[in-house]
Design a protein around this ligand. Structure first.
Ligand SMILES: [Zn+2]
Length: 323
């Protein structure tokens, strides 16, 4: 059973917003769009894996958790997908890029061959997975759980893959092959019973923390003044909705609504900084009226801290700005 579903990563949500608000002539535009494409492709590959793994429904107790971000002894590690069965745990790494990938053995090398024929060595994903196995093993040791952990590397089917002999040290397959791999796993030794699997999945969920790269202006060294303010119309995707007659109105397509500023507020926290004053709100929504701003902010689900000139809003604790 799926104990943790995948949602769009914070970084991808923020990059989509940043791309909309960063003018074409900004010198970081290219880097942002490149990163956006990589993140989007990665997420699509993971969604494809998720769709396939839904087919894996064994009759023994098990748990599947997608996209975990854990910490052990100060080291963070992210797991694309985790499968827990009574006799083993599998860490699944999902790769998705449109270029051809060649995997060579002795020594292991990953080479990407671009459409124009250029070849570029890529970071060895086996080393990455080994690191995650090591950290997860220590995490489990701390909780008195000893169980074999294996790693598999999967590629979305849009990839072109060439594995050269002799076969590499870690199981490598397309995402659509993952369910049959899991069905073929022997479940002889019952190290974890259904109750223990449930408890472990629960503990992992409790220790998971959403990866938070905010604010992106800092991450990409972008001057916040270069990020275009304004309320984006959800119907036509254009900036510049105007407040009038108690609602937002789009001068481009005529769409109206009362809650369109909420995405703008989220964009502020994802892109600019972790707090927002009434003045910040008015600047970023391009709204002139301080009292209307106060009213909208009061209904935004944000927490008000301080009084008068020091007053500002922050995202409620335990609540991601994008949820
Ligand atoms: Zn519109």
């Amino acid at each position: 059973m799926i104990c943790k579903k995948r949602t769009m990563p914070n970084e991808l949500k923020a990059l989509i917003s940043l791309d909309k608000r960063l003018p074409n002539n900004n010198d970081k535009k290219h880097a942002v769009q490149k990163k956006l494409l990589i993140c989007q492709a990665g997420y699509n590959g993971e969604l494809e894996y998720d769709a396939h793994i839904n087919e894996f429904q064994p009759d023994y107790p098990h748990a599947i958790l997608h996209d975990l971000y854990l910490q052990h002894a100060g080291a963070y590690f992210q797991i694309d997908s985790l499968v827990i069965t009574p006799s083993s745990i599998t860490i699944v790494e999902v790769k998705n890029h449109k270029d051809k990938t060649v995997i060579k053995a002795n020594p292991t090398q990953f080479i990407r061959i671009f459409q124009n024929g250029d070849r570029k060595p890529m970071r060895n994903p086996y080393t990455e997975i080994d690191r995650k196995i090591h950290l997860l093993k220590n995490w489990l040791d701390n909780r008195g759980i000893q169980i074999p952990i294996e790693g598999i590397l999967t590629f979305a089917h849009t990839n072109e893959l060439a594995i050269e002999h002799p076969s590499p040290e870690m199981k490598t397959m397309f995402t659509y092959e993952a369910p049959s791999h899991f069905r073929s796993l022997p479940v002889n030794e019952h190290i974890l019973d259904g109750h223990a699997i449930y408890n472990l999945a629960h503990a992992l969920l409790e220790h998971h923390k959403d990866y938070n790269p905010f604010p992106l202006a800092d991450l990409y060294d972008i001057n916040p003044a270069d990020i275009a303010p304004g309320v984006i119309c959800p119907a036509c995707d254009r900036l510049g909705m105007k407040w009038g007659r108690e609602k937002w109105n789009c001068p481009s397509c005529g769409h109206t609504g009362k809650t369109e500023h909420q995405q703008t507020v989220q964009d502020w926290f994802m892109l600019i900084k972790p707090k927002m004053t009434n003045r910040d709100f008015r600047y970023f929504t391009q709204l002139n009226n301080r009292n209307v701003a106060r009213g909208l902010l009061a209904k935004s689900g944000l927490q008000l801290i301080g009084e008068r000139k020091a007053a500002h809003y922050v995202v409620m604790k335990d609540k991601s700005p994008t949820h």
